[in-house]
Structure formats: C-alpha cells, structure tokens
Write a protein of this length. Structure first.
Length: 80
C-alpha cells in the first residue's frame, strides 16, 4: 500500500493538478509498469472542458510536467 501525504498545490497549478487527478486511472502500461498517460482520454477531457488555443496548449504542457514527475517517482518506487 502506498502511503498518502498532504501536498500543497499553488493556485495557478490547481487546474492542471485537478485534470491530472481526473485521469489517474488512464495510464498506458508496459512490462515495467506505467509509461505515459493515455493522451486520447486527456485530449477528450480537455476538449470537453472547453479548452482551446493557448489555454489548451498550456494545460497540456502542465499536465505533461506532472506526468513526468509521477513517472519518475513510480520508477523509483518500482525499483525499491
């Protein structure tokens, strides 16, 4: 079981964090575990939220940053 801990999310990061959390079950996986978020699900949700133009691009970039950090941490957890 993974221990949960409280984290602080700055207000300007909340929209990307919330979107990432909505997609928490949408990981593509391989033999060594998660490899990436399923971008099809991500793009559909972003479109449904009415994101467009620069806002869409910024939110995608922010979610990818969170995704990269999550993958790094999951890799560390997997190797322990």
């Amino acid at each position: 079981m993974i221990a949960q801990q409280d984290i602080e999310v700055w207000p300007e990061n909340w929209p990307a964090w919330s979107l990432f959390c909505e997609l928490s079950g949408q990981w593509r996986t391989g033999m060594n575990g998660p490899t990436a978020l399923d971008y099809t699900a991500l793009f559909l949700r972003m479109d449904r939220l009415g994101l467009a133009g620069d806002e869409w691009e910024h939110r995608f970039a922010d979610v990818r940053t969170i995704e990269a950090a999550a993958l790094e941490q999951m890799g560390k957890d997997h190797n322990q």
